[in-house]
Ligand binder design. Sequence first.
Ligand code: AMP
Ligand code: MN
Ligand code: MN
Length: 331
Amino acid sequence: MMKKIIQQLKNSKRVLLASHVNPDGDAIGALLATGMALEKMGCQVTRYNESVIPAVYRFLPSVDSIQRRLTDIDAFDTAVILDCGDLHRVGTSADAIATIPAIINIDHHTTNTRFGQYHLVDVEACATSEIIYRLLQTMGLSIDPAIATAIYTGILTDTGSFRFSNTNRAAFSICEAMVAAGVEPSAVAQHVYGTYSLGRIKLLNLALDSIEISNNGHLSIMTVTREMLADTGTQPEDADGLINYARRIEDVKVAALIHELENADGAPGDQKRFHVSLRSDGSVDVARIASDFGGGGHAGAAGFSVETSLAELKRAIYNLSDRFCAPCHLN
Ligand code: AMP
Ligand code: MN
Ligand code: MN
């Protein structure tokens, strides 16, 4: 499949690259690394992401070339969709993108739907950036410091700095090669983890204070409301990573971060839109839980979005906790 994909890319005149809404370091790193590499090959490339790029990733080379609007969709002969379990993860342009004649799906989510004509889906890969590294190797493209920084950042962030269960040998071997190609690990770490706005620290305080635990102690819920963002002058991206505090609590098997989104237009009463992030300690497959709610992800990290009331959503999440009783590991 990799050969066919390389052939398709070589034959393409205009390529659209897109990754998922509310992008993380892997969605952005894979997008930028692929963009820089295809341009080296002489392709005309458009990089697209619907969301604002979080401040911590704005140091990445070529990040300013990412567009939030799509025009002239008919001009593309190929789309490369990165780090998306299904095409709808690219956001509101999914239906328009679906009309592009050749769709290449490069991803590592267990819930990947195998959309598109070409798939490079490896659920064993620690990050989509790992798959992109292998693709560039197969193409024989040289990896300059800018591409290396994008790949390194994708792997560093998706593995939680080599701590999550997706951390594999490739994570280390590729990052070692990226350092040899010119990446400065301390500089990347300083950008990604080392600099918090005061508002973000205050948001952390409110989020920690919001943590609730189920009766059996195996489920934690953290809540980040619009009001908390307004009170601290922060953006939705400032909640990235906070769920790890809820996950770390002793005995907790599953942590949920309820993130209130902008108001749903015309939604009745207390109906609101929420994104729920789920993390597990490894004993529970949260991708399955997220799928039940219309989302997806990995066994240890998954998410879904819903329109409901906060009380109703908490009830639904608490109901899950009965499934994580002490000795009976959830299927
Ligand atoms: P998050 O909840 O944004 O922290 O994401 C955790 C993991 O689940 C990431 O790998 C996401 O790509 C994936 N994910 C989050 N939300 C969804 C969704 N609505 N559908 C499919 N996958 C999702
Ligand atoms: Mn991602
Ligand atoms: Mn990823």
